[in-house]
Design a protein around this ligand. Structure first.
Ligand SMILES: [Fe+2]
Length: 247
């Protein structure tokens, strides 16, 4: 399944598999020259034109970091000129900000973090220190975070905690929230996050990781950003529902 929600041909690729494994994270660079430069710098291998076409781009390079996450660099993405018409009229906030964000559970978060910052060139936005560990949020454009990293079991491959899609109105969030409740897949109630200030809820995907659906996140000015650490994830809400409660 390919999921489209902005000008790009697609943003999520969902493939059959034995578990909720994260197959690859895609990173779009500005030019073909940037792709070559970054690929050389981080040891990513250029892939065939056919593979690039599968990824809806003119050029593709791929590398597996030392924590086991596959990163795919793409340049010259295919655009779909047709307007996105979502079934319930939601309009998504994506395009130049990228697809949204992914929260990756890493078997070695220090290694994942080093790769993201020192090789890919992402920058730390902020951190949230929770009793069960630190979450580190990283940006590559004005979106508050495109990637967040959290430590998981050392003997398991990297997996997804959740992915996030952002829409442009509270009404769109409310309408999807109602449908998630009716489908009995709500996993966290409506709430507001401390760091990106997003108003969102979470629901279960069939793959076992969560989908965050929200609106109103603030953006960052990468040139003038001061890193903070937060003591909690939410100013209100986001209460975790057990399986019984969501039914
Ligand atoms: Fe999130």
């Amino acid at each position: 399944m390919r999921v489209r929600f902005d000008s790009r041909a697609w943003r999520w690729a969902i493939e059959p598999g034995p578990d909720d494994r994260l197959l690859a994270l895609g990173w779009e660079v500005a030019t073909l020259e940037d792709l070559d430069r970054l690929a050389t710098a981080i040891g990513a291998e250029r892939q065939s034109d056919a593979r690039a076409t599968e990824r809806a781009a003119a050029a593709l390079a791929s590398v597996i970091d030392d924590a086991g996450t596959t990163h795919e660099l793409v340049a010259a993405s295919a655009l779909d000129p047709r307007p996105v018409v979502a079934p319930y009229g939601s309009r998504f906030v994506a395009d130049e900000l990228g697809l949204g964000h992914s929260v990756v559970v890493s078997p070695d978060v220090e290694t994942s973090l080093a790769f993201a910052t020192e090789r890919l060139g992402l920058r730390i936005t902020d951190t949230i220190t929770r009793p069960k560990g630190v979450v580190t949020f990283l940006h590559c454009n004005p979106r508050h975070h495109s990637l967040a990293l959290v430590q998981g079991p050392a003997d398991a491959p990297p997996s997804l905690n959740h992915v996030m899609a952002q829409v442009d109105s509270i009404d769109a969030v409310g309408q999807v929230l109602e449908r998630a409740e009716a489908a009995r897949i709500l996993s966290r109630t409506l709430g507001r996050h401390t760091n990106d200030r997003m108003l969102s809820f979470y629901c279960w995907t069939p793959s076992g990781f969560e989908l965050e659906f929200g609106t109103g996140a603030r953006t960052v000015d990468p040139a003038n950003w001061v890193v903070s650490d937060y003591a909690g994830t939410s100013t209100w809400g986001h209460r975790k529902l057990d399986k019984e409660e969501s039914r």
